[in-house]
Design a protein around this ligand. Structure first.
Ligand code: ADP
Ligand code: GLC
Length: 483
């Protein structure tokens, strides 16, 4: 199959979270299955800057310009081309300095226009490459304008008529809501959806409405989003397409996340040399300015500091933990950036528990690898979690996850076997799970090590999931061809 994957984030080029990990890894595994996969993303400031300086990814400029028709005239765009590192999967970058030459990926008032332009430029890119995909795999609302265009104006364009689309929802909370006039800009004429208020466009809803097939990133989240509690006001729309909604669990890129080969950690290890994990803990403690104590459990959090992540459950249990109420001493390290309220909470806690806690309120990919390798436990009490990669990466490094049973966390962590879980979104329930983990750590080391090994041995690779994606693509193609 010829597959185009379109996304706002692709690791390692631009990443704020797991979306980038998925879009950087899945295409490689689809290619290994024999498919012709290509990837397209915007050329953000960082990408252009790297191209003009170190060019460490060996990108080259596309010849000529893309002429992108919009409601305000035809706009030129440039492009780059390269490959996903560690593979020969082609990746294309849409360059338009006014729209993408900015320090951040998102958070601008014209985001809807930026990604609408990106999607329309992607169409012109396909035309310029003279490459017609059999199926388009669009990720999250940023790529939904492409699905919308293909299902409306695109049906009048011979080059793109009847290309099936698969829409993967990584996070229903971000919907890309904007004004109706964006359809003039995109050259689209269509009708309103029940989910859209007067004069409003909701690209997430459009993706769900127009895509040939819909997918989310775990089986549990696929069920949850059809309920009012998790549906973010789109549950009825999702329900109306229930037969086409799938839930394929993400994998992790086991080439990148591998304690036996990771060059960013202090000491490599695997299940047969688990005792060597301690060197990473000592290095991490030293780096964080914490006492190097082998016997004291080191808990960690690596996360976007967002409402989604259940951080309002954390303050009190952390205070209890660091005051010894878990039955012994403990240490805690957080790496994350995001909302002020959570940054302030961690700053205050770190100030209070100076010799036991360190807060890194930044984004640091290299440090994250040392934390995954060096910590004993990994906290993820998410309010909702479409899949979650943090807990999977932690497990791969023998770091025992303590998670809330929601979305992909419920599908990947097994209580008492590969981690510790709780269900109710309450401080009590979270503390209870932490307490049980601490008791096992302090008093039952053999069982603790069994949990670590079970976690490390769990198959979290992309191989199985890539095959499931290929199946869904094939169904979407069959549907479009009326088979
Ligand atoms: P989400 O996509 O909702 O942020 P995931 O668990 O799926 O959650 O993926 C998060 C990814 O982002 C993981 O690879 C995690 O290591 C990484 N990450 C999050 N915050 C940081 C940070 N501050 N520094 C480095 N990596 C981070
Ligand atoms: C989103 C979700 C996260 C998921 C990731 C990759 O960012 O919040 O749970 O793992 O996408 O699919």
């Amino acid at each position: 199959m010829k597959i185009l994957s379109i996304s706002a984030e692709v690791a390692p080029f631009a990443k704020t979270g797991g979306l980038a990990d998925v879009c950087g890894a899945l295409p490689k595994y689809l290619q290994k299955l024999g498919h012709d996969v290509r990837v397209v993303m915007p050329a953000y400031q960082k990408v252009e800057h790297e191209y003009h300086t170190t060019n460490k990814y060996g990108l080259s400029a596309l010849p000529g310009q893309l002429w992108v028709p919009t409601g305000v005239g035809v706009s030129p765009a440039g492009g780059f081309r390269g490959t996903l590192p560690g593979s020969d999967v082609p990746i294309y970058f849409i360059a338009e300095w006014n729209l993408f030459g900015r320090p951040e990926i998102y958070g601008y008032s014209d985001d809807a226009y930026r990604f609408a332009f990106f999607c329309k430029a992607a169409v012109e890119l396909l035309a310029a490459l003279d490459w017609r995909p059999d199926v388009i795999h669009a990720h999250d609302w940023h790529a939904a304008p492409l699905i919308t265009w293909l299902a409306t104006a695109g049906t009048q364009d011979d080059r793109f008529r009847n290309i099936p689309t698969v829409f993967t929802i990584h996070n229903l909370a971000h919907q890309g809501r904007t004004h109706w006039k964006i359809f003039d800009y995109m050259g689209v004429q269509t009708y309103g959806l029940a989910e859209e208020n007067y004069d409003e466009v909701n690209f997430m809803a459009r993706g769900i409405h127009h895509a040939t097939m819909i997918n989310t990133v775990s089986p549990t989240y696929a069920r949850e989003i059809m309920t009012p509690e998790y549906g973010a006001h789109l549950d009825k729309l999702l329900h109306s397409r229930a037969f086409d909604v799938h839930g394929i669990l993400n994998g992790i890129d086991t080439d990148v996340w591998n304690p036996a080969t990771d060059t960013y950690i202090a000491h490599k290890f695997d299940t047969n040399s688990l005792e060597a994990k301690i060197f990473n803990k000592r290095e991490l403690q030293a780096r964080a300015g914490l006492p190097q104590r082998d016997d004291v459990p080191l808990l960690a959090l690596v996360s976007r500091l967002d409402f989604q992540k259940g951080l309002d459950l954390m303050g009190h249990p952390l205070h209890m933990l660091l005051n010894g109420f878990g039955g012994g001493e403990a240490q805690f390290i957080v790496l994350g950036t995001g909302a002020d309220e959570y940054e302030q909470m961690f700053t205050r806690l770190a100030h209070y528990h100076k010799d036991k806690m360190r807060a890194y309120l930044t984004y640091d990919a290299m440090l994250s690898q040392l934390i995954y390798a060096g910590a004993d436990m990994f906290l993820m009490p998410s309010r909702f979690e479409p899949c979650g990669l943090g807990q999977m990466i932690a497990m791969r490094y023998g770091t025992v996850p303590i998670v809330r049973m929601t979305g992909g966390l419920a599908d990947t962590v097994y209580d008492g076997s590969t981690g510790f879980t709780f269900f109710d979104y309450t401080i009590d329930a979270f503390w209870n799970a932490m307490y049980r983990a601490l008791q096992t750590y302090y008093h039952n080391r053999p069982h603790w090590q069994t949990i670590q090994k079970n976690a490390m041995n769990q198959d979290l690779s992309w191989e199985t999931s890539a095959k499931r994606y290929a199946e869904i693509f094939a169904w979407a193609i069959a549907r479009a061809r009326g088979w």
